[in-house]
Design a protein around this ligand. Structure first.
Ligand SMILES: [Zn+2]
Length: 465
């Protein structure tokens, strides 16, 4: 299997540090608000990726942190006139609900930052002892970027840009270098929130954003591990900071062998943001389409590419997932004989599916192979030539597709009569032959009997009007 490694800027053969064992860490959410579709894109992708690695018999330890103490959480607590803990608990609960709804269940362990304060303090102390961190009186401990010349090796840059996700906690006029970031911020830093702060040999305070990840991964994985994932928006400075911290404290490089970054999400072609008023939550999407269709929509684009949210794409994904579900359900009725083609189609479909996933987890390519299999086999199924055992083999393959990608919903209880399905297949044949007049005539005939037909990448979906 090949994956694109952001660290090298190239596709590389995937070979975990320990044979067959994969330790994967993905940056979790900061729990100060409801999760949005960008979160769904990142977490559905790594969920499917972990499931695929397991399908390939890797033993996957998938770890995710939860940032449950942060500037944004504190600001939200002030807004809602409550304490930070209530905010963190409320939005952690919503995060888990939304992930469950999306079928995201591959994570082996969730690690909330506030349960790792001892490890965080210990790592900061070692950074101080080795000269990588300095103290600003009345403020806190900062990482000294001058002590880590490799800073920037992941993202290819060292200075901030407008779109970077930065934290108020890292701001101080007394820093040695402009990019230095907070490791431990002394109490009292947050007006009106006397409850925030942990007593430690560093003084009463709270952790910076970047240090929680490396304290957690060092505790659970050790100083090095196989895969670090996250959204592309936190590659800089967050992931660079993690590398600086952990590689400085351990002297071992690289922190993670493979770095995988998920492309951003746009809404009707524009960046999604609260200020633009185009913020799409996971619940908004699940009101429109099924969780399986939402996963199909997310996986229909390559994970490294940006993905657009628009009604057309959502409708297409919804129709395609229903089409697969309907096809899969009808396989159970196959009783035909005498067609040799399905074996060949299945072989091609499965090969295409695995070849695409083995090439940097190319899910659009893998879905394309599945859609083609369905388009090829459906006419044989409709004309009653598909045998029970052929249908069984195809069903087994579709179950694997579903186990990995999670894209097939329960079929809707809509019995579509065979003669209507046959008309839809005839129309498909006419379209293939560019006989548009005949295709239109067949559509009219289908619609006159109270059915509608929509064209999906997996073939026509017929449903009741
Ligand atoms: Zn992180």
């Amino acid at each position: 299997m090949i994956v694109y490694n952001t660290l090298s800027g190239q596709k590389e053969e995937f070979q975990p540090m320990e044979q067959n064992k994969v330790r994967m860490f993905v940056c979790g959410p900061t729990v100060y608000d409801v999760p949005h579709l960008g979160h769904a894109k990142t977490y559905v992708l790594f969920d499917a990726f972990a499931k695929y690695l397991r399908h390939k018999n890797f033993e996957v330890q998938y770890l995710q942190n939860i940032t449950d103490i942060d500037d944004k959480i504190i600001a939200r607590a002030t807004e809602e006139d409550t304490d930070y803990k209530s905010i963190a608990e409320k939005y952690t609960k919503i995060y888990f609900e939304d992930m469950k709804a999306l079928g995201v269940d591959a994570v082996s362990q969730y690690a909330p930052a506030t349960e790792y304060i001892d490890e965080i303090v210990d790592q900061v102390k070692r950074l101080v002892d080795t000269g990588h961190s300095y103290f600003i009186e009345g403020d806190g401990y900062y990482f000294d970027l001058a002590t880590f010349p490799e800073y920037g090796k992941l993202s290819g840059r060292t200075s901030q840009q407008a779109e970077d996700s930065i934290s108020r906690i890292d701001e101080s006029v007394n820093k040695r270098n402009p990019g230095d970031f907070a490791l431990w911020k002394l109490f009292p830093a947050d007006a009106g929130h006397e409850e925030i702060g942990w007593d430690s040999p560093l003084g009463r305070g709270r952790p910076g954003w970047h240090i929680e990840d490396t304290a957690i991964t060092e505790k659970i994985f050790g100083p090095q591990y196989d895969i670090h994932g996250g959204g592309v928006d936190i590659k800089f400075p967050h992931h660079e900071a993690e590398i600086a911290q952990q590689e400085s404290v351990s002297g071992k490089s690289p922190l993670a062998k493979y770095w995988m970054h998920v492309g951003s999400l746009t809404v009707n072609g524009k960046k999604m943001s609260k200020s633009l008023g185009n913020f799409v939550t996971i619940k908004d999407v699940l009101k429109q389409i099924s969780p399986q269709a939402a996963r199909l929509y997310i996986l229909s684009g390559h994970y490294r590419s940006p993905l657009d949210y628009n009604d057309t794409l959502l409708d297409q994904s919804d129709a395609a997932s229903k089409r697969i579900a309907g096809f899969s359900a009808r396989l159970g009725q196959a009783k035909g004989t005498g067609n040799e083609k399905p074996e060949e189609y299945l072989k091609e479909g499965a090969e295409g599916f695995y070849a695409a996933l083995n090439d940097d987890f190319n899910t659009p390519g893998a879905l394309g192979a599945v859609f083609e299999l369905i388009r090829n086999v459906n006419p044989i199924l409709v004309s009653n030539e598909l045998s029970e055992s052929q249908a069984g083999s195809i069903k087994t393959f579709l179950n694997t597709v579903h186990d990995v990608l999670g894209i097939i919903p329960e079929p809707e209880d809509q019995e579509i009569p065979d003669e209507i399905l046959a008309l839809a297949e005839q129309r498909e044949e006419a379209r293939k032959n560019k006989n548009w007049a005949e295709a239109d005539r067949l559509r009219a005939q289908i619609e006159s009997q109270s059915y509608t037909i929509s064209d999906t990448p997996a073939g026509p979906l017929v449903s009741l009007k």
